[in-house]
Design a protein around this ligand. Structure first.
Ligand SMILES: Cc1ncc(COP(=O)(O)O)c(C=O)c1O
Length: 494
């Protein structure tokens, strides 16, 4: 099968002159981006149409479809975000109820806002990364939580689960699918981080083969495709496919980028041809990291048997004062290594089969050096001396003793009004210390988001204020809090 990229290159080879969009006309004098325009076209004769694919785009989608074994697969050029918006809009009626992991991506909340949905939350199990430091990340959604949610609420139309998670934990999708289907609900799996799952027998199983009705993959996150590329797959007959296609037309650009589509196809073609080699490399790199960093004392890598995704390296320290933010900053500043993100107590590196030996060796070397420096007492260079002091916010201990998320339990804020009502209402900035009892007018998230600390429509408690201040004091990037003379939070206007 001819790849989409080859077909695009033929345009130049055949000397076909463009009297059509885009305006750059593939000219090599069209500004500093000129070198990138060669295969950037719009829908023209022989080049199919993403929104009604029947030619080369359909062929490319079928290639992806064969790899994942779905009944229908669509290319997405607006990221997994537009796939999630489309999937939820298709699966849940206006004002209906969705059962969703609290740790899900912002686009689930955006869909809930647009469709005025009521959200029943599933709290993921906490996965303990370090007992000594009380470092935890959102882990899996257990089927039992899902079963109990259906016992409490018979109106749930769809279940939305993130699997694998950002940190590489996968839920028992097969069992969750069974429970959802027993209750006539559609299971949507946000597998944005798991586009490589199921593509090799040594990797964890993919959600499509485990019975999910709709699965969304970000191709750009873990495979060799450009940023913004994703796939949506449908399996079985529970999904109204015409409605899904309609929403894809609504949420995707009417001028989908052929460069992005060709890059999805190229990623699929590479896996089709060289998948075994690519994933052998990934597994080899992971093994190498674990083996060579096995005896570090202070900087640790969470083990391969402990998270499911070999591509996710959680790097943390049991040493008080060495935070995830510090690990991230040291690796970037001192060693030129840019990690994916920082969580509460750890930093996350993504590795793939497209990494280089040299890149992996640099990471191993850097972690060993930092570990050595800490061992030889050189830690002061890095240590945040105010760390322990900072851990106690000015207003003392957590006033309600709830300490959201850090005692192994997560206490969700109380819902006061719906997400849609809250987001549509006028809002105002309120001094964080004076916001207790007010209704949140926007999200507060640790970036990149794990579990939103609060969503619009929920009530701000003293415990939440305490927790937000702790994150700020520890240097985390807390989105939704403005810094000025005082910290401010967005509240619904009274
Ligand atoms: C779990 C999860 N789902 C969906 C998305 C959205 O993906 P995209 O950036 O491809 O739109 C992200 C992005 O980070 C994510 O982490």
């Amino acid at each position: 099968m001819e790849s989409l990229k080859k077909k695009l290159e033929e345009l130049n080879e055949k000397n076909i002159y463009p009297f059509h969009m885009p305006g750059h006309k593939r000219s090599n004098e069209a500004g500093i981006m000129a070198g990138y325009f060669d295969i950037d076209i719009t829908e023209i004769d022989d080049y199919d149409n993403l929104h009604d694919a029947e030619g080369i785009i359909l062929d490319a989608e079928k290639r992806a479809n064969r790899l994942y074994g779905a009944d229908e697969t669509h290319f997405l050029v607006n990221g997994s975000s537009c796939g999630i918006l489309s999937a939820i809009s298709c699966a849940v009626s206006d004002g209906g109820t969705i059962l969703a992991g609290r740790n899900c991506h912002r686009s689930m909340f955006n869909a809930a806002y647009l469709k005025n949905l009521s959200i029943e939350f599933l709290i993921p199990e906490n996965r303990i990364i370090s007992k000594d430091r009380n470092i935890m990340v959102p882990g899996i959604i257990t089927p039992d939580f899902v079963r109990k949610a259906f016992e409490k609420n018979r109106d749930i139309e769809a279940v939305f689960v993130t699997s694998p998670t950002y940190e590489g934990f996968s839920s028992d999708v097969e069992e969750i699918a069974r429970i959802a289907h027993e209750n006539d609900a559609i299971l949507i799996v946000d597998a944005a981080h798991g586009a490589h799952f199921g593509l090799d027998k040594r990797l964890p199983r993919d959600a499509v083969s485990q019975g999910a009705d709709i699965v969304i993959h970000s191709v750009h996150k873990t495979l060799a495709a450009m940023t913004q590329t994703a796939l949506i797959h449908v399996k079985g007959n529970r999904v109204n496919i015409d409605r899904l296609r309609r929403y894809l037309r609504i949420y995707q650009s009417s001028s989908p980028s052929y460069v992005l589509m060709a890059s999805i196809d190229s990623a699929m073609e590479d896996i089709e041809k060289r998948g075994e080699e690519v994933f052998s490399k990934l597994l080899y790199y992971r093994e190498k990291v674990e083996k060579l960093l096995n005896d570090t004392e202070y900087i640790k890598v969470y083990g391969i048997g402990e998270n499911d995704d070999p591509g996710k390296l959680l790097i943390y320290s049991n040493e008080p004062g060495i935070t995830g933010q510090m690990i991230y900053d040291i690796l970037r500043r001192e060693y030129g290594l840019a990690l994916e993100m920082v969580g509460d107590g750890y930093a996350l590196a993504i590795i793939t089969g497209y990494d280089t030996e040299d890149g992996i060796a640099r990471l191993i070397d850097a972690v060993k050096k930092i570990d050595d420096e800490i061992r030889s007492g050189y830690i002061d260079k890095y240590l945040d001396k105010d760390f322990e002091k900072k851990k106690i916010p000015e207003n003392g201990e957590d006033p309600e003793g709830e300490d959201l998320g850090s005692d192994g339990k997560i206490t969700l804020p109380k819902k006061a009004i719906s997400l849609k009502t809250a987001w549509d209402k006028e809002s105002e900035k309120v001094v964080l210390d004076e916001a207790s009892g007010r209704v949140a007018g926007d999200f507060v998230n640790l970036y990149p988001p794990g579990i939103p600390l609060i969503i619009p429509g929920e009530e701000i408690s003293n415990s939440l204020i305490f927790e937000i201040k702790r994150y700020i004091n520890e240097g985390y990037n807390v989105q939704g809090i403005c810094e000025g003379k005082e910290y401010m939070i967005t509240c619904v206007k009274k």
